[in-house]
Each structure stands twice: as structure tokens, then as C-alpha cells.
Design a protein around this ligand. Structure first.
Ligand code: URA
Length: 213
């Protein structure tokens, strides 16, 4: 099932919820965490691209000539918010291998919780593309909103934000800063704690994905 408002879509599919539960468990190994994230990203990619425009082309099957559906060819850019965004990005690239890829490096100042930019490299001609920004955790929303600011400055006009878990605070922040950017997530959790972590959440997505802690 998919629960949607005009700004937020929660992809409430049983397979996603099951896999997400395993990811949340604190004793799940790095290898399993990474594999599950890749699997979930396939399912989320399905949802975030469900209204891509189609056209048709004439093909020949072994039995007949038909006019068959094919993507209309809107160009796409996938933008990973480093470093945890890479886990979602790789799975989406399995399904959309021709997408161009960009990276936005923002770290969160642990005291102010404000984003600080350290890297920005994105495809040219963002204005012509559907831009899908990926970051597993929409927590305070500060870095997500800042990344979208940067992408708009670089020309992007058609942007979607895809995450695995969202906190209500992050969703509100994104809606206030970028009401034109729909947010797609696998789950909306309860709240943020004082350190800006999502509760119940799954901990630090980057550390769990890369085994750095
Ligand atoms: N980033 C994470 O990796 N986890 C959180 O809970 C919040 C932000």
C-alpha cells in the first residue's frame, strides 16, 4: 500500500516493511544492512518513477508487429547526498542504469546540526532533467533542504526527494523550504532525539552501511 499526501508518500509495501525491520535491528550485520538497503531501493525506485511519461514505438515480436510502450526519454539525474546516499543510489542505478549521477557532500555540524558543504559535483543541464535526490535519513531536514537549495541554484526545477526513513521534523522542514519537492519514504518515524537522530530509527545509516562504527 502507498499512503500519500500532496507532499509526502509513504511506501508501505509489506516487503519494504519487512526488510526495514531487519535493517533497524541493532545486531544486523553490515553485509545484510547493505544488501537490504539495495533491495529496498529497488522497490522505492519503482514508486518514485511510477508516473514517468511513456511513449510508444513499433517493434516486432517473434509473432507480430505491435506498438509497444517505452519511456518517453525524460532525462534523469540521481543525486546522492554523501555518504549514506550512495547506498540508495546504487540500487536505483540497477533499475535506471542510464541516469546521470551527481554528489553533494554535506556534513552535519554536531553542535549546531547545520549542514556544511564540502563537495558538489552534478551533471550539466539539470534544468532538462528529472532530479531524484537520495539520502536514507530525512532527520532534521537541514542538509536535505540545503542540498535542494544548491541543486535549484544549479538549475534543477523538477526535483523529488527519496529516503528510507523520515522524521516528522524533517518532513515539515522540507515542506516549508521546498513545497514543490515531493518526498517519498519507506517509513515516517516518531521523532528526533537531542542529537538529531531519528527515533526509533536505525542509528547512523552511513556507519551501519559501511561498517565504520
Ligand atoms: N542520520 C542518520 O544516519 N541517522 C539518523 O538517525 C539521523 C541522521
Amino acid at each position: 500500500m502507498t499512503l500519500a499526501t500532496d507532499h509526502l508518500t509513504i511506501v508501505d509495501h509489506p516487503l519494504i516493511q519487512h526488510k526495514l525491520t531487519i535493517m533497524r535491528e541493532k545486531d544486523t550485520s553490515t553485509a545484510s544492512f547493505r544488501r537490504l538497503l539495495r533491495e529496498i531501493s529497488h522497490l522505492l525506485a519503482y514508486e518514485v518513477t511510477r508516473d514517468l511519461p511513456l511513449t510508444t514505438k513499433v517493434i516486432e515480436t517473434p509473432l507480430a508487429e505491435i506498438e509497444a510502450p517505452t519511456l518517453a526519454g525524460k532525462k534523469m539525474a540521481l543525486i546522492s547526498i554523501l555518504r549514506a546516499g550512495n547506498g540508495l543510489m546504487e540500487g536505483i542505478l540497477d533499475l535506471i542504469p542510464a541516469a546521470r549521477v551527481g554528489f553533494v557532500g554535506l556534513y552535519r555540524d554536531e553542535e549546531t546540526l547545520q549542514p556544511v558543504q564540502y563537495y558538489f559535483k552534478v551533471p550539466e543541464t539539470l534544468e532538462d532533467r528529472l532530479v531524484i535526490v537520495v539520502d536514507p535519513m530525512l532527520a532534521t531536514g537541514n542538509s536535505s533542504a540545503a542540498a535542494v537549495d544548491l541543486l535549484k541554484k544549479a538549475g534543477a526545477t523538477d526535483i523529488r526527494f527519496l529516503c528510507l526513513l523520515a522524521a516528522p521534523e524533517g518532513v515539515e522542514r522540507m515542506k516549508a523550504a521546498h513545497p514543490d519537492v515531493p518526498v517519498v519514504t519507506a517509513a515516517l518515524d516518531e521523532r528526533l532525539n537531542e542529537q538529531g537522530y531519528i527515533v526509533p530509527g536505525l542509528g547512523d545509516a552511513g556507519d551501519r552501511m559501511f561498517g565504520t562504527r
